[in-house]
Design a protein around this ligand. Sequence first.
Ligand code: GDG
Length: 458
Amino acid sequence: MSRLVVVSNRVATPTESKGSSGGLAVGVFGALKDMGGVWFGWSGDTVTEGASHRPPHIVQEGNVTFATVDLSRRDYDQYYKGFSNGTLWPVFHYRNDLAHFDRHEYAGYRRVNAWLARQLLPLLKPDDVIWVHDYHLIPFAEELRLAGVKNRIGYFLHIPFPAPQVILNVPVHEELLKSLSCYDVVGFQTDEDEQAFQDYIVRHAHGVAKGRDVQAYGRKLRTGVYRIGVFPDEIADQAARYAKRKEVRELRTSVENRKLVMSVDRLDYSKGIVERFKAFEQLLESSPDLQNQVSLVQIAPPTRSDVATYQQIRRTLEYEAGRINGRFSGLNYTPIRYLNRRYDRWVLMSLFRLAQVGFVTPLRDGMNLVAKEYVAAQDPDDPGVLVLSRFAGAAAELDAALIVNPHDIAGMAEALIRGLKMPLDERRERHQSMLAALRTNDLGVWRDTFLRDLKASA
Ligand code: GDG
């Protein structure tokens, strides 16, 4: 039987994979345990130039090998901070205004991909199935192919694939798309993403796309839509089990009898947090009966904080939270609780269950797992309401949410009010429908369908 080799920018630790953090790491580790194999990628550490080119650090956990490498400061600056997060992330989220392009960074991105591929070679066996994840590693398969690797190699893009007109802004778009064609299966979160990729192939690469079969740059590949999910029963169990713990009791006591709107995001400009704060302000302004009666808890652990655009969004949010709280706070009331720190997963799931509204309004998002986690964490007898951006991949499945346009501040405020006042019957009906969608397409289905297609390819 073939082994599975997973390649991602960051590799979860064995402890994270076994359940303490939940989510994606646990899902991927499940497949690795079933098939045996290797999880390969960056350790998360940067070291001096000379020390960075050491062979992978190996940790064995049963039949799974965790193999990680360190990056030099220059690799990190060019590959991770530069081209991945300064060019690809903003452009793929339709934010050309926040993107920059630097040839040296792109050269570093390619150099690190080539180097990572060479590090993986000695760990590979001929019939291993290789599954590469996300925008940091677009050229990875091309580098393996150049080294003579004939294995099946699949790629899953966790973020949106933008319309061709948008990706044309990246000066090296052709090289990137040519690199993608070296995979056997390229997977996307939504139909729109898959369509955008195929449109590029047909219009700009003189390729052919028939159904899921694509021919371009002298290669044949398949595309597919694999909507990433969660394990809803595990989340429900966690959310209910920890309801009596200190952190959860503290929040419940501190909000007294007020209603709670809950948001959790990595601190990122793609998540629409500024617009969300303004919508909450509008709700307070337009509904005096809700003033002092409802709080927004926004958990936003900082990420990529050495990238200038992330420093800017952080300043803007601090300003907006301060301004709105200055306007509407009372001696015993803070409308927006803005928390720049990371919480344990069980705390988040328990807080989701306490909240009457889950407020998830990204400007663009590949899927958005928080939306799914919020739904899964609800008490089915008395569930909260999800207010969800139409630009989250999750909106395709969670159409029983209150779907909003995150640029429409007044529309979001109205949806919040509707959510806060929604009768129990309607809440239950919407929740049941969304939970059914989560169950049909859970994290296991995502993983198994992708791997089934990859194994059947070539
Ligand atoms: C990318 C795509 C796609 C957040 N804060 C804390 C914490 N989290 C957890 C959430 C959730 C995960 O992080 C975030 O996942 P999202 O899907 O919401 O967003 P991205 O991080 O941008 O993920 C996205 C995803 O990949 C998967 O394909 O859906 O579109 O952008 O699980 O709960 N977890 C803990 N503490 C926190 O403070 N423990």
